[in-house]
Design a protein around this ligand. Structure first.
Ligand code: NAD
Length: 418
């Protein structure tokens, strides 16, 4: 069993929430509302496999809180997807939307499957059926999915098409992270990694770290991890290690990113790259470095390994990679953790920009998207950093104080129906 399976993500999300609720002295009724997810849909659905057999898959769509707007959150295809994981991810989405102050509530979805074991045709049939099953919740004004682990622009295109077929007309605003020709936005694919890079740059500036002298280790080499590695390398940072589910590579002088990316395009993994030494995921997390970007999955830095983590700054590219116990250990050691709700909010922000463009049928140039991303994320980072200083809180607590405050305001303004 991996660490990720041992950590109950929803228990962790509630524990994080409770700490902030205690800090804020939140009253019991609001606590009850915010500790629970508003809607939890579980679907079991059949998919015809290429060999003629039929397999039943289980999927979920959870909406945590809709006080601030329509539900927003990615869809994950991974064998370890459970209802508790999806609930946790949906709660984190509520806070993330509020931290960067965009008018959405939190949601998340997932299907327990291993997309690497499915043919393209099977993946398409699974996606279209899952989209149909969750269309009782999904819609451009009600619930707008996006990519997450194991899903990409192609999966979003199938979801958009399936929903549009049911409506009888094209509805681009029903998902974000789509390909550009069907209403996707420029800059979405890179957005989360670009956001992690913006945050890393802001911290480097605070600490007077020159990129060339700043070492970076990145766990996970998918959308978030590989784009972060690429953009940070372009800015001159020394990417000393990367890894994925198959293992990792390490080179103290910095990995050659172009060679590594071209190796990955062929091999579909970073593991086995000859331009560095082979390391395990566990070793990567414990490397001495300035910045560690966990960009794979939740529950990676735990009470078991936190004492051995040597990074000075942890930029949470993944959702929930650090358990609360681990965070306390890291903090005692003087490490700074930039929480997921801020560090990886770039994808959410550009998803929001995509949705706005879809609703208006008016599209922006990539420079405009990136300019707005940089402005919004830098401002959010400054607001959270400033709040942390004033409240003598760490960045996660400060981000949560900001987020909970905004969600609370929305709930109180709307009142409890009826
Ligand atoms: P992805 O599927 O593109 O990549 C995931 C990467 O993690 C792959 O390289 C995979 O091999 C690796 N991985 C999986 N299990 C691992 C393990 N046990 N140990 C080490 N590596 C492992 O997914 P992604 O979209 O890059 O998402 C990664 C994380 O970032 C997730 O936590 C996701 O929720 C979060 N996130 C993604 C986005 C986005 O826009 N894609 C936005 C915000 C947050």
């Amino acid at each position: 069993m991996t660490d990720a399976e041992m950590v109950d993500a929803f228990a962790m999300a509630v524990q994080q929430f409770d700490r902030v609720a205690d800090h804020l002295g939140l009253d019991d009724s609001l606590r009850q509302v915010l500790r629970t997810c508003k809607r939890e849909l579980t679907v079991h659905f059949p998919v015809k496999m290429d060999d003629g057999s039929t397999r039943v898959f289980t999927g979920y769509r959870v909406q945590h809180n809709l006080a601030r707007g329509p539900a927003k959150g990615g869809i994950r295809y991974h064998p370890a997807v459970t209802i508790n994981e999806v609930k946790a991810l949906s709660m984190w989405m509520t806070w993330k939307c509020a931290v960067v102050n965009i008018p959405y509530g939190g949601a998340k979805g997932g299907v327990a499957c291993d997309p690497s074991l499915l043919s393209r045709a099977e993946l398409e049939r699974l996606t279209r059926r899952y989209a149909t099953e969750i269309s009782v919740l999904m819609g451009p004004d009600s619930d707008v999915p996006a990519p997450d682990m194991g899903t990409d622009a192609q999966v979003m295109a199938w979801i958009m098409d399936t929903y549009s077929m049911h409506q009888g007309y094209s509805v681009p605003g029903v998902v974000t992270g789509k390909p550009v020709p069907i209403g996707g936005t420029a800059g979405r694919v890179e957005a989360t990694g670009r956001g992690c890079t913006i945050i890393a740059q802001a911290i480097s500036k605070q600490r007077d770290w020159q990129p060339q002298e700043t070492t970076v280790a990145i766990q996970g080499f998918g959308n978030v991890g590989s784009v972060t590695a690429q953009l940070m390398a372009k800015e001159g940072y020394r990417i000393i290690a990367v890894s994925d589910s198959k293992g990792g590579v390490y080179r103290q002088d910095g990995l050659d990113m172009e060679e590594l990316l071209s190796y990955k395009r062929e091999a579909k993994t970073a593991a086995g790259f000859k331009g560095g030494e082979t390391i395990t995921n566990a070793q990567l997390l414990e490397l001495p470095c300035h910045i560690l970007v966990p960009a794979a999955m939740e529950g990676q830095i735990t009470a078991q390994n936190a004492t051995r983590v040597q990074a000075q700054v942890i930029v949470e590219g993944a959702n929930g990679p650090t358990t609360p116990e681990a965070e306390a250990i890291l903090e005692d050691k003087g490490a700074l953790v930039v929480p997921d709700v801020l560090a990886n909010a770039g994808g959410l922000l550009v998803s929001y920009f995509e949705w706005v463009q879809d609703l208006q049928s008016f599209f922006w140039a990539e420079e405009e998207v990136n300019r707005r991303l940089e402005a919004t994320l830098s401002r959010s980072f400054a607001v959270v950093t400033d709040l942390a200083r004033r409240e003598k809180a760490n960045l996660r607590l400060a981000a949560y104080i900001l987020a909970l405050g905004r969600v609370k305001e929305a709930i109180l303004a709307r009142g409890i129906y009826p």
